[in-house]
Ligand binder design. Structure first.
Ligand code: PLP
Length: 343
């Protein structure tokens, strides 16, 4: 039995999702004539109580489009040093928008209103780049699936309003945060100018992300998506998977969160493990003791068909997801408890 916890992106469509794909009504979405894409966009916009939504092939593209819509070349955005938009989108912030990133030394990928305030360049000081956008991430990826305290987000919003800054949320795993904190998407829709959500992460759709936002800014979204090469034709087949995923795979994420916590507890008791970061959602980051050979540890897992990610020196990552079953979970818990080489 292969156990793959490298990422929550490795899931495959279930038979029921495939049926939804097969039955989708489609048209040419570049003409805005695909009824299923339109339905997905309307569904997500309504969910967040926002004016409009647009379907994109990837979450990198929704983020990059949002940054483009919010900024002009030469300006600066503020984000945590772990931010996906900075670390994992191929330098797209500078490539696509000609914008620089002011990185904040936050906690587990999250920043505070005071930190944001301290990073804003005075607009009349023309030597510095003009600060125009704040990008938050929830849950944080490199931060180990941590969730923002919503009251901090409200404080950050206040700072943005006081200084005329846009506020974008990279909500690739916002679905997880909403389940873990019991918050509502509408709370987020009221605060952010734009929000990107992924359908291809824990929700289990094969692809796709949605950008939702306020009308004034979303008016630019169709053009920017086209420029980035993200205009798709009969996208409805994949949008149908997205609709199915939101309806059937969202609330079950609490299973992923429970399993990640149980794995954390078991790892914590393993003598090879130095430290397990707090687990709030479906991402688990842990460190090995100095005397443990990371390669041996990694290979032992691999030989037993257990696959996890190595984030660099001493940092290992497991991500639970829809295709990680209870049966796999019990097998892995037992393995961590009993395997000699891991101890
Ligand atoms: C996965 C992810 C994205 C988008 O990734 P794509 O692979 O381009 O869909 C954006 N932000 C975060 C935090 C992510 O984890």
């Amino acid at each position: 039995m292969r156990i793959d916890l490298r990422s929550d992106t490795i899931t495959r469509p279930t038979p029921e999702m495939l049926e939804a794909i097969m039955n989708a009504k489609v048209g040419d979405d570049v003409y805005k004539e695909d009824p299923t894409v339109n339905a997905l966009e309307e569904k997500v916009a309504n969910l967040f109580g926002m004016d409009s939504a647009l379907y994109f092939p990837t979450g990198s593209m929704t983020n990059q489009a949002a940054i483009k819509m919010h900024t002009q070349p030469g300006e600066e955005l503020i984000a945590d040093k772990y931010a996906h938009v900075y670390n994992y989108e191929g330098g797209g912030v500078s490539f696509n928008s000609g914008v620089s990133c002011r990185l904040v030394d936050g906690t587990r990928g999250m920043i505070t209103a005071d930190q944001v305030k301290a990073c804003i360049n005075p607009p009349d000081f023309y030597h510095s780049p003009l600060t125009s956008l704040v990008c938050l991430e929830n849950t944080t990826n490199k931060g180990g699936g941590a969730c923002y305290d919503f009251s901090e987000i409200l404080e950050i919003k206040k700072v943005c309003e006081d200084h005329g800054l846009g506020l974008h949320l990279d909500g690739a795993r916002l679905w997880n945060a909403l389940v873990a904190t019991d918050e509502s998407p509408k709370d987020y829709g009221k605060v952010f100018d734009t929000i990107s959500v992924c359908l291809s992460k824990g929700l289990g759709a094969p692809m796709g992300s949605v950008l939702v936002g306020r009308k004034e800014i979303m008016d630019k979204a169709m053009r920017v998506r086209k420029v980035l090469g993200g205009g798709m034709r009969q996208g409805g087949f994949m949008a149908a998977a997205g609709i199915y995923a939101i309806d059937h795979h969202w609330k079950r994420m609490e299973d992923d969160h429970r399993r990640a916590k149980e794995l954390a507890e078991t790892l914590h008791n393993n003598p090879a493990v130095e430290k397990v970061d707090p687990v709030e959602t479906n991402i688990l980051i842990f460190n090995l003791k100095e005397e443990v050979d990371e390669q041996v540890f990694f290979n032992t897992l691999k030989q037993n068909d257990i696959h996890i990610s190595n984030l660099g020196p001493g940092k290992l990552r497991m991500v639970t997801h829809y295709d990680y079953s209870q049966e796999m979970h019990e097998k892995l818990l037992n393995f961590i408890k009993n395997q000699e080489i891991l101890a």
